[in-house]
Write a protein that binds this ligand. Sequence first.
Ligand SMILES: Cc1cc2nc3c(=O)[nH]c(=O)nc-3n(C[C@H](O)[C@H](O)[C@H](O)COP(=O)(O)OP(=O)(O)OC[C@H]3O[C@@H](n4cnc5c(N)ncnc54)[C@H](O)[C@@H]3O)c2cc1C
Length: 461
Amino acid sequence: MTQPHIVWLRRDLRLADQPAFHAAAALGPVIPVYVLDDETPRHRRMGAASRWWLHHSLEALALELEAAGSRLILRRGKAAEVLATLAQETGAAAIHALRHVEPWWRMAEKELAKALDLRLYDGLYLMPPGSLRTGGGTPYKIFTPFKNALIDAIGEVDVLPAPRLSAPESWPASDKLDDWALLPTTPDWAGGFREAWTPGSAAAHARMEEFKDILAPYRQDRELPSIDGTSRLSPHLHFGEVSPRQLWHAIAGMGGQGPGFFKAELIWRDYAANLVLQFPDYGARSYREGYDEGLWRDPENDQAAAADLAAWQQGRTGYPIVDAGMRQLWHTGWMHNRVRMIAASFLVKHLLIDWRQGEQWFWDTLVDADYPSNATNWQWVSGTGVDSNMFVRIMAPLSQSEKFDAGAYIRQWVPELGKLSDPYVHDPESFRCRPRDYPAPVIGHKEGRERALAAYKAMKG
Ligand SMILES: Cc1cc2nc3c(=O)[nH]c(=O)nc-3n(C[C@H](O)[C@H](O)[C@H](O)COP(=O)(O)OP(=O)(O)OC[C@H]3O[C@@H](n4cnc5c(N)ncnc54)[C@H](O)[C@@H]3O)c2cc1C
């Protein structure tokens, strides 16, 4: 009997340019398995929006595998235990998987490697996390030198084709995807998700092709939430339906500034993984001293702060650009990057609420919720991280809204403001044209800014 090889899938749900599949397929019959594991990540269990995406992504991958003469085996439980059982049941020779940087996955990989032949490969990022080092031999903390080092090191990027898979003599039992109840039922809040997205590798590649046509003006257009100027590939990238190296490869040779700026964004994703590898609890605590001890208003013990947090979550702060973003997030599981920065800054500075509250909300509501990217961007916006950004740089949401021409975006997501033209729609309160059904600002810009700076000064003593 030829021993089969297990491929353990997590956020690498594709066949092409997936080194674990490739290596396993070269050695014998392949058993692809996805383990729904809420125990290993503990409080970091996948959020509701991600679970919606996961359901559809697994469905798409199962179809792709069937077309290739294979199957997707689904199991539920603690990954290390489930895989040990499956390896025993099937007499598997080894388990193949892509290396992940989330601290809980690194622990699971360690545990599994003690008991079984676990073979790990790089494939989630442009370059293996941890591989780029400063002249002094240490990992990078600051983005720009990291980016320059990656561009110097990456060379010509080749991608792997989908491997030919052979089936084991018998297939192990599999759970039914529907039994996992990953989709919302009562209420079914995913209508907007269904309109906005098609999960799966085929859709990711189709979007990539479409995006190539709008890549030339990406440098300017990516800043404008009212237009379709970014790739919207983030959930596909997060779940590994397309690899960043496939994207890099796809745009190699394209001229102009667009591709260069797009590559820089992909490098941010690698940078975030590089930080989380160095600082595994980057999503759990501020990396500058003092911030976690008394700077923030605490929604658990302060009713006004709790009300402000709820207004932010529901998109009812009275700041149109913030509310449009938070409602886009709620309805589609995604928010434009410029607006993510504005909404995050507003929570942390104007409302003086701990960035970890925002990070948790995003974790639950984003279809692209990604531990390294979410943590890194929240700490960056808040000025609490190891990079060079500072808390005292406070964004002005109303002028940002005008500067980045967000009028149409606001009218789309905040129907109460649908009849207001520019410039009124950016700041209906100051223009005295706020409709009755739209809330007054929870705090004035000047007042919020001064409160944040005073709290910062007090923290610094
Ligand atoms: C507070 C905050 C939280 C965020 N949380 C997440 C998150 O959980 N998951 C996530 O994927 N992105 C996160 N981002 C980064 C960014 O907003 C999204 O990656 C981007 O909006 C996705 O849209 P796109 O695919 O059209 O991006 P594009 O502009 O087309 O960029 C291409 C790809 O580059 C990567 N990328 C772009 N910007 C960043 C960035 N700043 N950091 C890391 N990767 C980046 C993404 O994978 C993206 O798909 C966050 C940003 C902020 C300010």
